[in-house]
Ligand binder design. Sequence first.
Ligand code: HEM
Length: 148
Amino acid sequence: MSFTQRQEALVNSSWEAFNQNLPFYSVLFYTFILEKTPAAKNMFSFLKDSNEVIQGNPSANAHAKMVFGMVRGAAIQLQVKGEVVLEDNVLGVVHTQKGVADRHFMVVKEALLKTMKEVVGDKRSEEFSVAWETAYDELAYAIKKTMI
Ligand code: HEM
């Protein structure tokens, strides 16, 4: 898998913009997920007790930060060594326990890409979307390999 320095830079700079406005983009991300899959609400401990995605929920923000941050980390790994390697199988265990399936990975991918398009606005390009999509796909593949 070849991932260029330019792709990595695109992911990195937009991730920083995402992170600077985390509470806002976190709400957008979960809203996109729930639009597609309302039932996903019951999967997340921090969503299941409320009727809307509340801005400023610390657990929701922390989770969004981890997901986007890990995709950014995957982009760095891809650029440096051409593959994404997880340190352990914790994420496989957590997601198996939560009942996460392939279709959920697709929904989260779409939500992540839509959120990142909002982050960069007019500056979005095909190259930008492909960079985020590739990094996400490779990370999701690495997680799925550790799911039983
Ligand atoms: C938890 C990352 C995809 C649902 C977590 C955690 C991380 C993470 C780091 C915390 C694990 C811990 O407790 O130590 C990711 C990444 C993903 C991904 C990087 C994709 C590349 C998904 C998908 C779903 C999902 C597709 C289902 C829609 C959950 C749930 C939890 C969780 C329900 C537990 C959170 C809670 O309720 O507190 N994820 N995840 N994740 N993830 Fe994911």
